[in-house]
Design a protein around this ligand. Structure first.
Ligand SMILES: [Zn+2]
Length: 243
């Protein structure tokens, strides 16, 4: 069935969703069905590999919805006078820059690559980087861990960026790190006990904290599970996505 509403050759009514300008049930059905097609990025984000708040964060990152300095200035936030990236203090802080383009941020991704002996070119844009992330995983059996690393690294970069901007923690505030990995805490607090295979990692952690005032605490895993459950109960992905 086709219902043409184009009557006059010059001034006429046209249905904008059709190349002919004529409304048809078939094209209407195709259009409405396509609206429901799942976004690939969306599917890969909501895999329950990270706490809900971190999944929401990555989704917002990939859709350019994080309040980077550039985005805030575009929205007329007049208090943003210095648009420079908090990490490198050189380039404008766009979302893609602070996570991927910045030399500091990229050095963190490269540390992860180095652990797995992987080489990869610096990405230009976050969404493509996320989509190709799984394909550069070196071993199928570590794929869940590899996918999780994207969440962990990007989340850590954002936390670090916020701390630099809002709290200047490297000058005034003591950094508190909590983890449920008791062994890692023991090794970092007692470097001499670290097995040879992990010495580089532990030494790197210690070197990063050389100029900082920081403390490392071990939390029971049950506590983290409970906190994760509370976070998931409090944040509905659907609600966050709609914002
Ligand atoms: Zn930068």
């Amino acid at each position: 069935m086709e219902a043409g509403i184009c009557v006059f050759p010059k001034n006429c009514l046209r249905w904008g969703k059709s190349s002919t300008g004529c409304y048809s049930v078939k094209e209407f059905c195709q259009l409405t069905l396509n609206v429901g097609t799942p976004d690939v990025v969306w599917e890969n984000v909501w895999e329950r590999l990270a706490p809900s708040n971190v999944e929401c964060f990555v989704w917002r990152l990939l859709h350019g919805l994080l309040p980077s300095k550039l985005e805030l200035s575009k929205r007329g936030i007049s208090q943003i006078s210095d648009l420079r990236c908090a990490f490198c203090l050189q380039e404008v802080e766009s979302t893609d820059h602070v996570f991927f383009g910045c030399s500091f941020a990229w050095s963190i991704w490269c540390k992860w690559y180095k652990i797995w002996d992987v080489q990869c070119a610096r990405p230009v844009e976050g969404k493509n980087f996320f989509n190709s992330w799984s394909s550069i995983c070196p071993m199928v059996r570590v794929l869940p861990l590899w996918k999780m690393a994207f969440f962990a690294i990007s989340w850590s970069l954002w936390i670090c960026r916020n701390e630099l901007i809002f709290r200047e923690w490297n000058k005034k505030v003591e950094l508190i790190i909590e983890t449920d990995c008791e062994t890692a805490v023991f090794w970092i607090n007692n470097p001499n006990t670290t097995p040879f295979a992990f010495k580089d990692l532990v030494n790197e952690c210690l070197s990063i904290g050389t100029n900082l005032s920081w403390k490392l605490y071990w939390n029971r895993r049950e506590g983290n599970v409970k906190a994760d459950r509370l976070a998931k109960a409090g944040i509905e992905p659907g609600l966050m996505a709609a914002r």
